[in-house]
Write a protein that binds this ligand. Structure first.
Ligand code: DHB
Ligand code: FE
Length: 280
């Protein structure tokens, strides 16, 4: 049976890609952020996941304001990165796992999640940067990708409760898969940040700590807010915490141990965090 070996959660600020390109990891500004990753890399080298199921949000490469699926699941044989601005390089492509994607899609639809199925999909900084942080400088990614995109951009957004339920449905789908893959669950984005409007630059360490402290042991605590309340608490881009909530659901309702946690303010406009959880 396929095994869920852990959950990797990280912010995905594009500026991180710039810092990697410039080799700025040890500079005073960046060091406290990059310090979160050696334990994650060591754990990954030992745990050797075969597949990553990644919950993130698309920032305009696949979907724009004219067409915005609430939940989209990739079922492509491969996923290219593309030029999305920010001065970022075009990153390595990911190999997909169409058979497992279709199993997920089939199971989610039977579970009454009305998802969008994507047989072509690009990945942006929300996927590429977390893996560049996890596997710095590798020639090719050592694992296959199944991307799930959650709308955190165009209102109305899905509720935290619905995102946790989606994740739990993904967990059930993975449990009924006949393969023997070692599966890593990932959630990217957040934590609190707001890029635009009068509150641009807003961050909220209290809400971030509430999320970090409850995600593993009591994820339902994060579902007490509406999506609008999360935007108020976390900022209009901090709603990317929805990706973390869904990813936590996909780990299943099992006791989890915190392998590593890092939190640092600010990276660009973002309260940046990394977190690694594994079944206890
Ligand atoms: C920033 C953060 C994001 O999550 C993003 O997608 C783009 C930019 C930032 O803080 O600069
Ligand atoms: Fe983002």
């Amino acid at each position: 049976m396929a095994k869920i070996i852990g959950g990797y959660f990280t912010s995905h600020v594009p500026g991180i890609g710039g810092a990697i390109m410039r080799g700025d990891q040890e500079t005073p500004y960046w060091k406290p952020f990059f310090a979160g990753f050696p334990p994650i890399r060591e754990w990954l080298a030992e745990a050797r996941p075969d597949v990553a199921v990644v919950f993130s949000n698309d920032h305009g490469l696949n979907f724009f304001l004219d067409k915005m699926p609430t939940f989209a699941v990739g079922a492509a044989p491969s996923y290219d990165n593309a030029d999305e601005g920010w001065g970022l390089p075009v990153y390595k492509s990911f190999e997909g796992h169409p058979a497992l994607s279709w199993h997920l899609i089939d199971s989610l639809v039977r579970d009454e999640f009305d998802i969008t199925t994507c047989q072509k999909m690009l990945v942006d900084h929300a996927v590429s940067i977390p893996f560049e942080l996890a596997y710095p400088g590798v020639e090719s990614w050592p694992l296959k990708l199944i991307p799930l995109a959650i709308n955190t951009v165009q209102y109305p957004l899905p509720s935290p409760k619905r995102c946790l339920a989606l994740g739990r449905a993904v967990h059930r789908a993975l449990q009924s898969w006949g393969g023997d893959e070692r599966i890593l669950i990932c959630g990217t984005g957040g934590l609190s940040h707001q890029l635009d409007g009068p509150r641009a630059g807003f961050m909220n360490p209290d809400y971030d700590m509430f999320c970090l402290d409850n995600l593993a042991a009591n994820p339902d605590a994060l579902t007490g807010h509406t999506a609008e309340q999360v935007a108020e608490l976390a900022g209009t881009q901090g709603v990317e915490i929805l990706n973390w909530i869904a990813a936590r659901g996909a780990m299943g309702d099992v006791p989890l141990a915190e392998v590593s946690r890092n939190y640092h303010i600010p990276i660009s406009n973002t309260a940046a965090a990394s977190l690694l959880l594994e079944p206890a």
